[in-house]
Design a protein around this ligand. Structure first.
Ligand SMILES: [Zn+2]
Length: 115
């Protein structure tokens, strides 16, 4: 069995504030250094806060429509990710996975996909 990749947040070493995605500067205390953050695991489950679909995508997207959601994770942190769950509803519990969300030539871009 392949171990599931965890969602990761960037925790300020000075004040403990969590960030996702990565920021150069802590949004709480202003700590400014790329070496002042620890990576910590986030809960993979959360509830949909809001969602939408984009239909007019650039040609290098492999899908015809792209679901996007803001999800409140079990620790209260809100993150944005792709949405692939069937019958999405506000408040529905979803499970986040780290997956390739885009191929740019030979570069695979990873992001969160909620199911
Ligand atoms: Zn901080």
């Amino acid at each position: 069995m392949v171990e599931e990749k965890h969602l990761l947040a960037y925790k300020c070493k000075k004040c403990g504030q969590l960030h996702y995605p990565f920021r150069m500067r802590c949004k709480k205390c202003g700590n400014l250094s790329q070496f002042q953050f620890d990576t910590v695991p986030l809960p993979n489950n959360g509830k949909i806060v809001t969602f939408t679909y984009a239909y007019n995508l650039p040609g290098d997207f492999a899908v015809q429509k792209l679901g996007l959601a803001i999800v409140e994770l079990e620790n209260g942190m809100k993150v944005t990710g792709q949405l692939k769950t069937a019958n999405p509803k506000i408040g529905k519990t979803v499970h986040g996975k780290i997956e390739v969300v885009r191929n740019e030539g030979f570069n695979e871009r990873y992001g969160i996909v909620f199911y």
